[in-house]
Design a protein around this ligand. Structure first.
Ligand SMILES: [Zn+2]
Length: 260
């Protein structure tokens, strides 16, 4: 069946001299694999839209169960993100996660919207710290995937869990322990957990509850941001049960540039 959709290229593999095999994330059809013929030639009118991280209108033809791009017209190239190695490497990390969490023939409109909003911030919102964009992407994506943590009640005694001092956050159980249980049990008796301060838990709660238009709008101290980064990254790694090559590259770029 031939069809049209918007979408963004999240992976590309070169095929022969002039063609590409693309993985495209679309809202209603989920992840799509399609051939893009001749797009490495400078004369190809589809070439600009058939690149990594370009958000485009696509028209596909289906033949023998294989999709081919008929036309592709770019809507946003996220140019400023491309021009910055650190920002580009973070986009690569987001794309690697999405190629793992998103499925074919599945509604992935929320994941796509999250990716586009984060690419928009990477390109056009230079005042937002990269660590904030990264943590928000990781935690918000886990909510979309059905792992929204419970910050209200203690996962151990089920009482209210006020966010005061050091609470234990369990990656395994997707929730917090109250101060009493945290102090009584200690982190070592809870598998896959870490201590998180009350401020950081409140921040995580804000990210989970806010709309995508507000999710990046919060202030945070450097110390709390380090803690938020640790929790969100490890929560995603635990829930998706894998590590990411692109995360190692992002971190090596950050450390070589001496950035936070
Ligand atoms: Zn408790």
């Amino acid at each position: 069946m031939d069809f049209c959709t918007t979408g963004i290229v999240i992976r590309e593999t070169l095929q022969g001299e002039n063609d590409k095999l693309l993985t495209i994330l679309t809202p209603e059809h989920g992840k799509i694999t399609a051939y893009a013929k001749g797009v490495k030639k400078i004369s190809s009118k589809n070439a600009p839209a058939c690149q990594l991280f370009v958000y485009s209108d696509f028209e596909f033809i289906e033949k023998f169960g294989r999709l081919t791009v008929k036309t592709a017209t770019s809507k946003d190239l996220f140019y400023d993100m491309r021009a910055d190695m650190t920002r580009y490497s973070l986009a690569c990390y987001f794309a690697e996660i999405l190629s793992h969490t998103c499925m074919e023939n599945n509604d992935e409109s929320e994941s796509l919207r999250l990716f586009l909003n984060c690419l928009f911030a990477l390109s056009y919102k230079k005042d937002i710290q990269l660590a904030v964009i990264k943590a928000v992407f990781e935690l918000k994506l886990m909510c979309i995937c059905g792992f929204m943590p419970d910050f209200e009640n203690c996962i151990y005694c089920n009482e209210d869990a006020p966010h005061e001092r050091n609470n234990i956050f369990s990656f395994e159980e997707s929730g917090v322990l109250c101060n009493n249980c945290s102090a009584k049990l200690g982190k070592d008796s809870i598998p896959y957990s870490c201590y998180v301060s009350g401020d950081v838990i409140s921040c995580m709660e804000y990210i989970c509850a806010s709309s995508q238009s507000k999710m990046l709008m919060f202030g945070i101290s450097d110390e709390n941001l380090r803690e938020l980064s640790f929790v969100c990254e490890n929560y995603l790694i635990h829930k998706t049960e894998r590590t990411y090559e692109t995360l190692k590259i992002y971190k090596s770029i950050i450390s070589s540039l001496g950035e936070k």
